[in-house]
Design a protein around this ligand. Sequence first.
Ligand SMILES: [Zn+2]
Length: 646
Amino acid sequence: MTIPKPSRLLCIFSAIIFSITTIVTIAAPASNIAIPEPTKARYSGTLKLHVDVTDIERKIHRARLSIPVTAGALTLLFPQWLPGNHAPNGNIAGLSGLTITAGGNSLAWTRDTVNVFAFHVTVPAGVTTIEAEYQYLTAVSRAQGRVLVTPDIVNLQWNSVLLYPAGYRDDGITVEASMTYPEGWEYATALDAKKVAVGNPANKVEFAAVSLSDLIDSPVYAGRFVKRFELDPASKIPVRFNVFADNAESLESTPEQIEAHRNMVKQTYKVFGPGPYSRYEFLIAASETFGGTGGLEHRQSTEIGVGAGYFTKYKDFAPSRGVVPHELVHAWDGKFSRPADLNTRNFNEPMQNSLLWVYEGQTTYWTDIIAARSGLYSPLEAREALARTFASMERRAGRTWRNLQDTTNDPIMSARDREKSWPSWQRGSDYYPEALLIWLDADIRIRELTQEKRSLDDFARTFFAVPADSFATQSYTFDDVVNTLNAVAPYDWKSFMRTRLDGLRDNNPLDTLGRSGWKIVFTDKPNVFSEAANKNRGNSDFVHSLGLVVDKKDVISDVEWGSPAFDGRITIGATLIAVNGRAYKADLLNNAIAAANVSKKPIELLIKTDDTYRTASVNYVGGIRHPHLERIEGTKDRLGTIFTPL
Ligand SMILES: [Zn+2]
């Protein structure tokens, strides 16, 4: 017997595989056939999806999908354009191990070479159901993206475990989903569970059939340490604050904290009226290890990461507290009421973001107001948050070349999770903070035009009103925004908005603040809102003096374009080693900044980039500067009125 050479071995293996596959598989379809456009027809039959999320050690979701089909060409899509992301962020590379079978026989699939989110299959005659099995490989470290699975918390986002037939709208496909989760854990979601079937294990839940759009809009959190708070206990429409944590201690809250969250719901309803839901589920991760901070909105629920100290170090978590009303407001502004160019037919049709300054910008404005009105922010925190926004937008170098309207393209332009080299010059998602200031301007303008009788509250109540009999998504255009503003207070709102959206910094000053009764001042006292965020991240903030931020590892994590640090040729990523010849400490740099204001001498910063040391000479006088609001005596305190509970 002779031992075959490696190349010969390979050929034998290929021949064996080829002979097996030709027995049971249908020939693979071409890879670039047309993908059907969504039509109004409903997909006949119900997709059945089971996801097992019990593999918390290896962070793998395992899915089994059954799809009713007819013979012929079939294209299956993996959701690419994700609502709330405003971007083609579907993680197609995470979908792995895909096999498709019909009656136990393997069916070949081919990925479309133009649209890599599409899989082509030929369904043989006589086949009425196909089964797909695959895994979704969630991020195993933060470097790979949002961590969705920890030893104590799992976040199941249905869009990452689902393929659906092309040619249909997302509300024309029905899915029955079920989930197996770790034993002894609890879960929360906006989906309704069916009654437990006899013989089903206790850790398997079957959900009632819903449309594909509602399924993807209803993620699940499951966890070991869970506490639920009713935020609207007297109402028939429950609002639940489901908190998932790394340990029991992180769940310890005070009655005052819960009361502020209950007030938040009340104050939101006073602006927007009844919500577009029959119940609302906050899915909150108070965790060190899970997915980072921030939120993702849905119509009847929201996914939020707040950090482990949310309750236990409440004072330091003001920015996280703001995420809570932000996401609830999105139930109206963003989910129920959606810009027409974002309201696409399914998850693989490209979105356009031209109205994100309403969707995100106005929501951000309401975030600060509802947080202030409910007591989630103290009056000082609310003012400091606004001072921070105003000061950073006023100095924003990128406003000199890129208008606010153009920033709405940013989610699509920016690759998934890629950080920017020069954020203050590139601008990123300024349609949040700068648009907040436009809406403050509009609010004050309405108050001025109507002798203080009307306000942006009247706009919100009309524009986002939810009819009692339908929660179906409604879409709007730029003209709809202008027309509603005109109905609240007649004015040339079209020019008002276009000037602010299309103008560059030099002919588009942010001159609203004075009319609110307050002005911006800079002192050496830290801004309490920024300080809370910086403390959590371990950052030291010199943004409004030298124009840089230093992180807890002494790495320079931000340099403002055009700032003294920029002129000293300092870049993000350099390590700050020494200040005027002494080992760097934040206090030392603060003292050096104060001393330079007297001596008028440059500050010498020893920095290390890769393996190169260099002394940067930074010319800056002006002392330590942090932004705050100061009352303009003798003027109307409109900001005080805006922040007063209704
Ligand atoms: Zn948002």
